[in-house]
Design a protein around this ligand. Structure first.
Ligand SMILES: *Cc1c(COP(=O)(O)O)cnc(C)c1O
Length: 527
């Protein structure tokens, strides 16, 4: 049978070409390759557990680029070549299983996460519609329900969905708020919003308020939603990094009175990226109500505190039920593999602003069966499955005990740092202390004067340089990965340590000792 002169290989008339992706039954290839790949995974984990394994295989990116190149071959490769390529990945990757990767807000997953990722790839189902991904969609629905209940979204029919990261979730929250507060946003964009505001004799620029310590994704959300960066108002924080509700109220009132814009959204951060501070939710929600603003909570990092069994900490989310939307990233504090992030909304109907009828995809208007109706994306990975399997494995109480284990470590480590007042300068801490500790080496002979935070520019420069020297030296040694960050109020750069709940106390103390030791010899050289 010939179509347009080409043999199509159907009915055996003419040579059919096998795709090289299918030269043997997949079950046969899987039985051969997967156990070998899994063995490499296990080796990577086991190697991470050895105390002398480097956390990062390369001390610098130029060294890494010189040593590692990835080929893009023309021909098919053997099993061995494939496994060599996988081995190359493990040999040259940062190893989070060392427990000494304290650089970012995520850490190693658990083996349950690896299993979950395998399952996700095996079913390879698109979570845009439930008919394509029945269990994945149900897992998403259940996790959303479970989280909504924890945050007190119980008064109305709440809803939510997974998003590819906290930044995406925050962005969707901003878009959802705009579309709900300004009905013309959906059809006429920002032009329609400006027209509406002008007709109502309000300043024609919608303003988003967030703290000076909040994540930059709020600024990105302003760019991508058409608001622009100048529509983001940064509100001052107290010394512990919390947004000041009085300063917020003042900024909102001033914007209205001076006609600079019309406030529409307040973002509260639960767990800031540098200090780990929690904005006061009841106070901020009162301000939001007073000014008719959407209240979003960015709990990307600190949201899981809701699981804590320590009341001082679980109380940090008190008032969350008054918000309109919440972001939480199980891929950070709860160690679910990247990526796993949720946006929750108090009122399910607010998500209808993001829906379009696509007759070729959606065959009902039920958003619960068509999760892609809730967001701007179409194809969606079933990330909730990973969180659901964690929940099955560790339980709600297990999550709480996990978070609490981290808090106990952080509290003990701060005491340890305080026991070295001649070597280490402790930076400002969240109140109550969360999982970040900022500190830097102290110049010998100086007292820790950090409590006053009154440093002249020259002193700030000197101390920041010492911090960056320690950071570089730790990178070269490759046994610990930590980051540094400038702290609020112009006090300069500090080492920012993220205490992950599964870190060993002895490793944390060794790191502090090394910062002290590197710092002391640095200051000696400077003298
Ligand atoms: C990490 C973080 C984000 C961004 O989350 P991604 O998943 O990295 O996009 C947003 N807000 C805060 C407070 C964060 O710590």
């Amino acid at each position: 049978m010939t179509v347009n002169g080409h043999s199509n290989g159907v009915n055996g008339a003419g040579p059919s070409t096998l795709s090289p992706l299918q030269v043997e039954p997949s079950s046969v290839e899987a039985a051969r390759i997967l156990p070998q790949a899994l063995e490499l995974v296990q080796n990577f984990i086991a190697s991470g557990e050895q105390p002398d394994t480097y956390v990062a295989p390369w001390g610098s990116i130029p060294d890494f680029r010189k040593a590692v190149s990835l080929s893009l071959p023309d021909k098919t490769a053997s099993d061995d070549a494939l496994l060599d390529a996988i081995k190359l990945v493990f040999d040259n990757s940062v190893n989070p299983w060392t427990g000494r990767f304290l650089d970012k807000l995520y850490a190693a997953p658990t083996p349950v996460g690896i299993a979950a990722d395998l399952v996700l790839s095996a079913v390879n189902a698109n979570a845009h519609v439930m008919s394509a991904s029945p269990v994945l969609s149900l897992a998403e629905e259940r996790c959303v329900e479970g989280l909504c209940e924890l945050f007190g979204f119980t008064e109305k029919k709440a809803d939510g969905l997974t998003m590819p990261g906290g930044s995406s979730a925050n962005t969707l929250a901003v878009q959802t708020a705009l579309a709900n507060l300004f009905p013309k946003f959906r059809t006429q964009g920002m032009l329609g919003v400006m027209q509406q505001l002008t007709e109502e004799k309000r300043a024609p620029r919608p303003l988003l308020f967030t703290s000076s310590q909040s994540h930059y994704s709020l600024d990105k959300a302003a760019i991508s939603s058409g608001l622009g960066l100048d529509s983001v108002v940064k509100v001052d924080c107290d010394d512990a990094g919390r947004m000041d509700p009085k300063a917020l109220d003042h900024a909102l009132t001033a914007a209205k009175e001076q006609g600079t814009g019309t406030p529409f959204l307040i973002n509260a951060t639960s767990g800031t990226t540098v200090l780990g501070s929690f904005d006061p939710l009841p106070e901020l929600s009162a301000v939001a109500r007073k000014h008719n603003c959407w209240l979003h909570i960015d709990g990307s990092w600190g949201g899981p505190i809701v699981f804590s069994h320590r009341q001082t900490y679980s109380d940090l989310m008190k008032g969350s039920h008054l918000a309109d939307s919440i972001t939480i990233n199980p891929h950070k504090l709860l160690n679910v593999p990247l990526q796993c992030s949720f946006l929750l909304v108090r009122d399910a109907d607010t998500l209808s602003a993001n829906s379009l009828d696509a007759a070729y995809l959606f065959h009902s208007k039920d958003r619960r069966e068509n999760a892609a109706m809730k967001t701007m994306g179409c194809g969606r990975r079933g990330d909730a499955l990973k969180f659901w399997l964690y929940w099955v494995r560790y339980g709600k109480n297990g999550f709480g005990a996990h978070v609490d284990a981290g808090l106990a470590l952080a509290i003990e480590l701060v005491e340890y740092i305080r026991s070295k007042p001649t070597e280490i300068e402790l930076g400002p801490l969240a109140d109550p202390l969360f999982l970040q500790i900022c500190f830097r080496p102290l110049q010998p002979g100086r007292v820790d004067d950090s409590a006053s935070w009154q440093l002249d520019a020259e002193e700030v420069k000197k101390r920041s340089a010492a911090t960056q020297h320690v950071y570089q030296e730790l990178k070269t040694r490759r046994m610990f990965a930590v980051d540094f960050a400038p702290l609020p109020n112009g006090i300069g750069d500090y080492i920012r340590l993220v205490v992950h709940p599964r870190t060993k106390m002895e490793d944390l103390k060794t790191l502090v000792d090394q910062v002290a030791e590197i710092g002391q010899s640095y200051w000696k050289q400077q003298a």
